[in-house]
Design a protein around this ligand. Sequence first.
Ligand code: NZQ
Ligand code: ZN
Length: 383
Amino acid sequence: MESSCNFEFYNPTRILFGRNTLEQIGPCIQSRRIGKVLLLAGGGSIRDNGVYHAVSSSLRAAGIQWVEHWGVQPNPILSTVQEAVQRAREFQAEAILAVGGGSVIDSAKAVAAGCCMDNVWDAFARKSFIEKALPLFVVLTLSATGSEMNPFTVITKEDERKKWATASPALYPTVAIIDPAVQMTLPWIQTVNGGLDAIAHILEFYVMGTDEETTIALDEALMRSVIQAVDQLQEDPSRYPARANLAWAATLALNGISGTQLRGGDWSTHMIEHGLSAVHPEVAHGTGLGILFPAWLRYMEPHNPAQFRRLARQVWAADSLNEGLERMKSKWKQWGTPTALRELGVRAEEIPQIADNVWMAAPLGQLKSLSRKDVEEILKLAY
Ligand code: NZQ
Ligand code: ZN
């Protein structure tokens, strides 16, 4: 494997981070001479925790007109995106404002692109590329996916159970506001899922490492920060510094920084998880990854043993990968998240169907390309 590879780093998203930053959303939009936006939201948590009130007050004060589209569900679906595109077109929205977690932001990206093309799903199906999108503004309420500062979106075409991703430079949010204090209302398990997703993003890159010390050491620090912050929040969910550390680590986990030098990362665990949550939409992305990553690491150890041992040592204070994986799983148990697929109610007979739903059109995985049989073996190890 080539070490210390060349890379390009690009990230145009402007981040406003910290307490009381929500009120800046109106002026941010107004200063870009945008007067009409579609506000996209999920199931209503932002009404309960004051985020909607703060955002709508700020829009009103800045003279921004808006229409709202509610109801984006976790593991978001294409039909919601299409409805929102229609509403944005009718209103002649000039920008999309996402207020929520990764599902709302991903949907907003698809809506922003969908307003500028005939059928946005074509981009997910690799039949076209997103050349253009409306400007996207984000108010983040759940740190997990990094979607607030990256060019990716993941949507499920529900009638075909395809949970696929696409990317385009046009999808970087223009501005993302991250006020960690608004995450104090998260149910405990969503905080855990956020931490698991962030760790998984870092791991997707880290496992490719050989001698890229700058990025590898940064990634280890990020993983330790996530673990420490989740531990602190388990003791006290309203501890602001822990919320802030978790939030920033989750953004850095997938905004390009954690993956420099590391050949684009592996990403097969993510693809397998998307196959799992396409078949079981009730399974949260982070929960699925928490179960699948230890299985993938065990299966793949022979392909980069020194780096996997380093992971065990530096992040889990363990002498071997085996011991590291034991510590990882006992941490997950302490946090109250499942460590086996069977605990999710997945039936063993469903494993082939999940494997069928894994995106296999391109080679799966970079560390080693996985066959469909490998995927089944990993799912069995995770069972
Ligand atoms: O729907 P609402 O009412 O907003 O409630 C949400 C939802 O039920 C709730 N929530 C969010 N902020 C809250 C809150 N509840 C109380 N207080 C708050 N402050 O949390 C629930 C889960 O939200 P969701 O947005 O689904 O979670 P997450 O941010 O983990 O997003 C997961 C989605 O992102 C995709 C995943 O596959 C999944 O579909 N991913 C996107 C990526 C990207 N764009 O880069 C990369 C990831 O690997 C991932 O695939
Ligand atoms: Zn993820």
